[in-house]
Design a binder for this molecule. Structure first.
Ligand SMILES: *Cc1c(COP(=O)(O)O)cnc(C)c1O
Length: 228
């Protein structure tokens, strides 16, 4: 188990380096977020033993248990699942990042509830980039207004944008929504909202995301194996 995770991580780091080179991205411009949802704490530890520091979680109760039991390891925790209002207090208390903020109300609560002894919570706005009726996420048309509101909140640090595009298998097709997300980031930057993070790319579309400027790729399956 442990050596499989180590092998997978080594392979993945190689793939990331190769994609950085192929798509003219600076070395180390793509950070790996290991998505450990549904995995036991021992899998997180196996990855941490290989130098992995950043972990992504979707399910709050499960995540808080892992975060608490691994507190002495100084890991960084990213919440990447849907955020309901009644979860904001625990998220604000336990996480370093939230990638899935999609409403001003959620941002307001996270800011209000961020404990004062902690640094500002890093935030990505989740965008419904493929305009799917069933998906959470802001539309691109409301993004500038919401982004401006969130930069005013004292205990949050708005870092960038996140998206989970509709699944598609062709590489060029995969690139298109990531390209739109990158354009949205550049457009905010040109309006004076300075953002440095594009959280995009999962196991099935990581290279396409890196080609289009991802700065954080969120990878579960290719590190820990398939989920049940
Ligand atoms: C589960 C999940 C991932 C990781 O997906 P894999 O296909 O296992 O790499 C990334 N991002 C989010 C938001 C997820 O829920």
């Amino acid at each position: 188990m442990k050596s499989r995770i180590a092998d997978n991580l080594a392979n993945l780091r190689k793939r990331i380096r190769q994609a950085e080179q192929r798509y003219q991205r600076p070395p180390d411009s793509v950070q790996l977020l290991a998505v450990s949802k549904t995995r036991p704490a021992e899998d997180v530890l196996a990855a941490a033993a290989c130098g992995q520091r950043h972990f992504g979680e979707n399910y709050l109760q499960e995540a808080v248990e892992k975060i608490t039991s691994l507190a002495e390891h100084n890991l960084y925790w990213h919440f990447i699942g849907p955020v309901q209002s009644n979860k904001t207090r625990l998220i604000a208390a336990h996480f370093h990042w939230v990638h899935s903020v999609d409403r001003p109300k959620i941002a307001q609560r996270l800011s209000d509830q961020r404990p004062t002894h902690l640094p500002p919570l890093n935030i990505c706005l989740q965008i419904n980039i493929s305009n799917e009726a069933s998906k959470s996420g802001l539309s691109l048309s409301t993004l500038p207004e919401v982004a401006r509101q969130i930069t005013e909140l004292p205990n949050l640090h708005l870092r960038g944008l996140m998206a989970i595009p509709q699944r598609s298998s062709g590489f060029e097709q995969q690139r298109r929504p990531f390209h739109r997300l990158h354009q949205a980031l550049q457009s905010l930057n040109s309006e004076g909202i300075k953002l440095d993070t594009l959280s995009m790319g999962m196991s099935a579309d990581m290279e396409a995301a890196i080609a289009e400027g991802a700065t954080i790729v969120r990878i579960g399956t290719d590190i820990f194996g398939p989920r049940d």
